[in-house]
Ligand binder design. Structure first.
Ligand SMILES: [Zn+2]
Ligand SMILES: [Zn+2]
Length: 282
């Protein structure tokens, strides 16, 4: 399970067993969580869903919860909702099928888009790319005051226009604003075997989470089970020109994951291990 926060909204990606316990242990205000995106239907990515839905009901949630996943999840989810709750959990659970074979926008609001990224795993699977939309430039209060520009012109200037003074002098847009914050993006890629062209879908991503189930000593297992090694994850990060790489989804055979980190850092320096409850800035 991962929680991504962007401009006050929370998005959850995947929901393994115990997600509701982790969520309650964290300080996250989960009433702000409206959308959950599931990569694929292996248990470690979705078994926590019904527990989470139930917990939200017990906590008195009223806002609808939107679940995005491969269409195969829908009948299972509906059966569980009917069997355990007779559909009476106090709020609406809304399901949206995701076509895991396509790169497409699956969610959009005024501040960001979320796209599916097709991955190659033992069953239909996709990652998600969350991209902030550009914000408007910031108005320079000092310039507005200096030129005596009326408030009615502020939106015009934010939208890219300059201003003409009463004497006909043109003040260019650039002098009246400072540039907006650079936009950030986050790609979640798990589970997948190494995809040599994956970087094309996530070019210049600020932060990439890519599974690294194995080190290169188990390249054969990675290939067999459609997982990746840390070196392969780092190769994707390098080719994508990512800002940062987060590793995760380690095989239980590694008691010390430093071997994975070292392997990744040989290829892509800005690599980090992740574990439960970690928090990263994108
Ligand atoms: Zn899997
Ligand atoms: Zn998995």
């Amino acid at each position: 399970m991962q929680i991504v926060e962007c401009r006050g909204k929370l998005f959850m990606i995947d929901c393994g067993e115990g997600a509701q316990i982790q969520l309650r242990r964290s300080s996250i205000a989960f009433e702000r969580l409206g959308h959950i995106f599931i990569s694929h239907l292996h248990g470690d990515h979705c078994f926590g869903l019904i527990g989470l839905i139930s917990t939200f009901g017990l906590l008195g949630r009223k806002a609808p919860l939107h679940i995005h996943a491969a269409k195969e999840l829908k009948p299972m989810l509906e059966a569980q909702l009917t069997m355990f709750f007779n559909y009476d959990i106090g709020y609406q659970v809304q399901f949206y099928p995701v076509d895991t074979t396509k790169k497409a926008i699956v969610y959009e609001d005024h501040s960001l888009t979320i796209e599916s990224i097709p991955l190659e795993h033992r069953m239909p699977c996709c990652g998600y790319l969350i991209s902030e939309k550009p914000t408007l430039p910031h108005i320079r209060r000092d310039m507005i005051d200096m030129y005596g520009i009326p408030i009615s012109q502020i939106n015009n200037i934010k939208a890219g226009h300059g201003y003409t003074l009463p004497d006909g002098t043109e003040i260019p847009h650039e002098r009246l604003v400072t540039p907006p914050h650079p936009t950030r993006s986050y790609a979640y890629c798990s589970d997948t075997r190494f995809m040599p062209n994956l970087h094309e879908s996530i070019k210049n991503v600020s932060t990439l989470y890519h599974e690294s189930t194995y080190a290169d000593d188990r390249l054969d297992s990675a290939e067999k089970y459609y997982h990746s090694t840390a070196r392969q994850a780092a190769t994707v990060a390098l080719n994508a020109n990512a800002g940062k790489l987060l590793l995760g989804h380690y095989s239980a055979r590694y008691s010390d994951e430093t071997i994975l980190l070292n392997e990744a850092r040989k290829i892509f320096k800005n690599s980090f291990l992740t574990s439960e409850m970690d928090v990263f800035d994108v």
